[in-house]
Design a protein around this ligand. Sequence first.
Ligand SMILES: *Cc1c(COP(=O)(O)O)cnc(C)c1O
Length: 482
Amino acid sequence: MTSDGSKPGLDPSDWQEFRAAAHDLLDACIDRLASASEHPWQPTPEEVRATYALAETGGGMKDPAQLANDLRDSVLPYGTGNTHPRFFGWVHGTGLAEGLLSEMVAATMNANCGGRDHGTIYVERAVIDWTRRVMGFPESSSGVLVTGTSQATVIALQAARLRALGADMRTKGQNGRWLTAYAGAGAHNAARKAVELLGLGHENLRRIPEGDAGLDLDALREKIAEDRAAGAIPFAIIGTAGSVDFGRFDDLNALADIATDEGLWLHVDGAFGAWTRLADSPWKELTDGIGRADSLACDFHKWMYVPYDCGLCLIRNEDEHRAAFAARPSYLAAQDSGLAGGDPWYCDYGIDLSRGNRALKVWSAIRAHGPDGLGRAITDNCRRAAQMGELVSSTPGMRLMAPVVSNLCVFTADETLSPDAQSALNSAIAQKLQLSGEVVFSTTLAQDVTCLRAAITNHRTRPEDIELSIAAVVREAAASRT
Ligand SMILES: *Cc1c(COP(=O)(O)O)cnc(C)c1O
């Protein structure tokens, strides 16, 4: 005992008291998930935010129930609202009840997944190997779980750069060599950030014009030839499987052919769209050829519905993956047996040394629902997007701004207005419906109009939710005319 009578260390002084508080909080969390359809996004009130302030001196709460109650009352209600069935904004996953179970176990184990020989490393291996098989990558592949596709893109392009420049890139750096990469005009900002972070400069990420069928293949070939003639070293093509604005897919087989002909690395951004691999026809075919890529970035936290955060960088050739990242100082040396044994150590496959247990929630989702259950939800999301597209097309005044290819629907509420007036109306409707808690659309620019945009990666969405959402837009558009 310490001088004030409390136990040394930071464990609860009374486990029974802690147990009771934890059970109550678990019930509150389950209640919250079970009633997700009653809890849309709501702004966090000023007086609630004020309670988040932390003191720089003093002791903590002695009673675990007090902390549990604060978590329940002041934090739990104020999420992004993406657990609600009519949340279609940006590309947000919706979470799974199994996440609650796996996060509880992960927090209890508190494993550092950067390396060493322990159970969670084997779980991560199982998750990566499952994804490799689903995506059609060969056994020679390797992977690493990361925060998301943004980080996965940096890792993949670093491996691609190493192939282009050779091993001395790690000692000498870029060394004056001029590298160029290629992506469709609608490729995600993550690609731009990655080339900036690697010091390549985003002008050297060449944007290739694209249409509904993905990036223009002739334009891609011409640009590569032009850059080579000018003295650049073209090193990577970034294909998109599911573009963030319209849910478009590049022709991945054609990109793989070009990459082979030109000797370039093919990276695929499949953040959400890669998971059409689990869907029924015709959506599954959107990702034909994905298994021919040199690397793939995808997220479990979007269209696999797994709680934030978890993405994957998958690389076709493990040697190339390790060549770009492996570097262990002596204090991290591997041993033949014991805790410092085991292989792989994930710190040799990416940026992080200390790593949380991201694998368990993914593994739990796959265990609980199977590829069939997850695939059914993904297929249903595509059907719901098609349903929304049909409703938009059959509503006078509304107009689809791009074909509905997968799970995205982009439209304008009143095409009879000028482009500026349409933009103002669509923005106003998005905000109004977010604040009313009816539906969350986000917005994007299409044909110079700010449009309403629904990305349906939500396993709670039912056909009635789509009807309600479009009816709300119709009502708001009509109200604006009076
Ligand atoms: C979300 C997204 C990204 C970025 O992924 P994060 O997981 O948010 O880092 C990249 N590409 C596409 C197509 C996306 O939708």
